[in-house]
Design a protein around this ligand. Structure first.
Ligand SMILES: NC(=O)C1=CN([C@@H]2O[C@H](COP(=O)(O)OP(=O)(O)OC[C@H]3O[C@@H](n4cnc5c(N)ncnc54)[C@H](O)[C@@H]3O)[C@@H](O)[C@H]2O)C=CC1
Ligand SMILES: O=P(O)(O)OC[C@H]1O[C@](O)(CO)[C@@H](O)[C@@H]1O
Length: 385
């Protein structure tokens, strides 16, 4: 069985590639990083190490790679032969691979009627759906009908903390032991991929919201407050009682609306939150606050991990969240010069003021009380910096 996976980065090698190998797939990674592509083709294997006492090592074999910037034709050919296509490249990059995916699927449909599933494994709601939309923008009406029959784009939620790697062995990836991969069963075509480690569900929305608004919300607060208080790493930020309290507070707010919206058992959800706080504190993982806080414009988007739970909390609970809004305010103070989006937020604030910047990035109306609270919190945090 052949899997084509876009993105041979942290989650691609450390999580998806790992599970694919253990499920019997040969994996072809598609990437634009010439060094990683070269090394994968030279070694045809890499190590995954668990970030825990004992540091258990796993060797992932049967892998190779294609540089899509240099050899797009090879990617098109690989998609024609594939049994599964997956991605872990980042939400902002999905539109950029749509042309190549469309070409690959078109070429495949010319040769056979074999169905194929394309699963985006990104930290976002509706990643595969977005990729499908972008692919379909390249198609004729007739092709769309043909693709509807042949190709599935089930959405998915992936959870495993894989920090930036600083190992001498450039292919080796250190990962946390925990993982979860949930895939929407109803949008699959053909045979269900037999991958132990995937949980198939009928309705993905509760799972992706639970994950994005707990793991990623908490992580984002730890990152932005960690940065604010001058911490370099997430586990160190979690040692700061002020930050811990803010993160825990935000997760209990998102948990309150999630439990009410989806009927989650409150006790189980409280355990889920505690487990996540424990994962953030893992001393065997060196995870920079600037990695976890990366792309703050994306993270401040109306449907992402900060604004969506804050808005939904106020809608479902009928009150304003305290900690979630502090998290939004802290993201507006994130001025890391190595992050293009952070620089853009700061220059926007300078150019049009914080009020307009909040409206621009969060789409929260300036009439709302949420908006006023964010401004107040922003000013307080700025004064006390
Ligand atoms: N690192 C983590 O712990 C987790 C990450 N994710 C999600 O997985 C996705 C990837 O994240 P990471 O692996 O951390 O990032 P990463 O930066 O380590 O990996 C992304 C890879 O995509 C490649 N890439 C960039 N443009 C490309 C293109 N046009 N075609 C093919 N490859 C391209 C990059 O060269 C890189 O190797 C993101 O959506 C992230 O939110 C989800 C859960 C956990
Ligand atoms: O990958 P993103 O969406 O930029 O955000 C970083 C987040 O992704 C993760 O790496 C994995 O879920 C988390 O560690 C963190 O919340």
């Amino acid at each position: 069985m052949l899997a084509v996976h876009f993105g041979a980065g942290n989650i691609g090698r450390g999580f998806i590639g790992n599970l694919l190998f253990h499920s019997g797939y040969e994996t072809v990674f598609v990437d634009v990083n010439a060094e990683i592509v070269h090394l994968l083709n030279e070694k045809n294997e890499y190590k995954v190490v668990l970030a825990e006492p004992g540091q258990q090592e796993d060797v992932i074999k049967n892998v190779r790679a294609i540089n899509s910037a240099e050899n797009p034709d090879q990617v098109i050919e690989a998609i024609a032969k594939a049994d599964l296509v997956t991605t872990a490249i980042g939400p902002n990059i999905l539109p950029l691979i749509a042309g190549l995916v469309a070409e690959g699927l078109r070429n495949r449909a010319d040769q056979s009627n074999r169905p194929l599933n394309i699963i985006a494994c990104e930290n976002m709601i509706g990643g595969s759906t977005l990729l499908k939309e972008k692919v379909y923008e390249k198609l004729t009406k007739a092709e769309m009908a043909q693709f509807d029959d042949l190709f599935g784009f089930p959405d998915s939620a992936v959870d495993r903390i894989v920090p930036n790697q600083t190992n001498e062995d450039k292919l080796m990836v250190k990962v946390e032991p925990f993982y979860e991969w949930v895939v929407e069963e109803t949008k699959l075509v053909g045979e269900k991929p037999d991958i132990p480690g995937i949980t198939y569900v009928q309705d993905l929305v509760p799972y992706i919201e639970r994950k994005l608004f707990t793991v990623n919300t908490g992580h984002a607060l730890a990152a932005y407050f960690g940065y604010y208080y001058g911490e370099e790493f997430i586990n160190k930020a979690m040692e700061n009682p002020q930050i811990y309290e803010l993160v825990e507070g935000a997760l209990s707010e998102s948990g309150e609306f999630l439990a009410k919206k989806y009927g989650f058992n409150a006790e189980d959800h409280a355990k889920y939150i505690q487990k996540i706080l424990h994962r953030f504190s893992n001393s065997h993982i060196v995870d920079e606050v600037t990695r976890v806080g990366r792309s703050p414009i994306r993270k401040l988007g109306p449907n992402d991990r900060l604004v969506s739970p804050a808005r939904q909390y106020s809608e479902v609970i009928g009150q304003e969240p305290v900690n979630l809004l502090k998290g939004v305010a802290a993201a507006f103070l994130y001025d890391f010069q190595g992050d293009e989006e952070a620089v853009k937020i700061q220059s926007t604030i300078e150019g049009i003021g914080i009020d307009k910047a909040i409206e621009t990035f969060t789409h929260i109306s300036s009439e709302s009380t949420l908006f006023q609270t964010i401004i107040e919190q922003y000013k307080l945090l700025k004064e006390n910096k």
